[in-house]
Ligand binder design. Structure first.
Ligand code: SAM
Length: 268
């Protein structure tokens, strides 16, 4: 579990800063109504959370929590002008809330956890009876690139998946969420595909492909080297080849992403 915790911290915040409710958590956007109370767990720098606050309006209440204090400080600074929105430091394994929220969400977080089932139990606990839990997550085994990425990048990505599963993270968690929801007693389970597909001429193309050059060139790659799963030359080669592929060949990238929602029973 400690391994998963330190590996989860390796995200570059420029990727999460650029997200929005309408683009990056579309199914949640459909569920929100004015006046709702919403908890966003693993909110990062609050980009999606601020969109949630806008959607529920001034009569609603939105709380974003994250276990990374630096991200919470940044979120507070960025969105201090929205009165119905607040941010707190909290760990998904230890949430100090109970039966308080109409909707509880956690986006792209369970993928980084060694005990996602336990995390889901905690999310359920914070929802009001009759409230909803909605989790958004990837199946990293189902990423697709057109045309294929260079072999050095394929090798890097394979090692990246191995590095994650060594830390007990579930690379295919998106496809396991519905069963997890059922086991945790949620009802009316609904699965919405939300795959992130970008094509060469799309506006978000650079940011989306940067996720991988980012992992390869920054802290993620360095940490994989330090953990002995891959050598420095292989990371550098993957990074060079991949950048070149992005510039010269890349047509499309699709990350497989599902939103899974369920309702908490009235009596729970
Ligand atoms: C990939 S980011 C997703 C941020 C945002 N939800 C989004 O979709 O853009 C994952 C976030 O989960 C947070 N996180 C990881 N483990 C956590 C834990 N145990 N408790 C709370 N937050 C956690 C990280 O700090 C990070 O901000």
């Amino acid at each position: 579990m400690e391994k998963a915790k330190s590996r989860a911290k390796l995200n570059d915040s420029s990727v999460i800063d650029a997200r929005s409710l309408s683009q990056s958590h579309r199914r949640l956007a459909e569920l929100l109504e004015p006046g709702m109370t919403v908890l966003d767990v693993g909110c990062g720098t609050g980009a999606i959370t601020s969109g949630i606050a806008e959607a529920v309006g001034p009569t609603g209440k939105v709380l974003g929590v994250d276990n990374n204090i630096d991200l919470i400080n940044k979120a507070r600074e960025r969105y201090q002008d929205i009165p119905s929105l607040s941010f707190e430091t909290a760990d998904i394994y230890d949430l100090p809330y109970e039966k308080q929220f109409d909707i509880v969400t956690s986006a792209r977080v369970l993928q980084w956890l060694a005990q996602p089932e336990q995390a889901l139990e905690n999310l359920v606990k914070t929802a009001k009876p009759g409230g909803k839990v909605i989790v958004l997550d990837y199946n990293h085994e189902k990423i697709s690139w057109q045309p294929e990425v260079p072999d050095s990048m394929k090798y890097f990505y394979e090692k990246f998946l191995q590095w994650r599963s060594d830390a007990a993270m579930d690379n295919a968690i998106a496809d396991h969420l519905a069963d997890m929801f059922e086991r945790s007693g949620l009802t009316q389970i609904n699965v919405s595909p939300q795959h992130e597909e970008v094509n060469r001429n799309d506006e978000g193309f650079e940011t989306a492909t940067f996720v991988w050059s980012g992992v390869a060139t920054t802290k993620g790659g360095a940490q994989m080297i330090a953990d002995g799963i891959i050598d420095r030359n292989s990371v550098e080669q993957a990074s060079i080849d991949y950048q070149k592929w992005v510039e010269e060949k890349a047509e499309a990238q699709r990350m497989y992403l599902l939103a899974v929602e369920g309702m908490k029973l009235e009596k729970k």
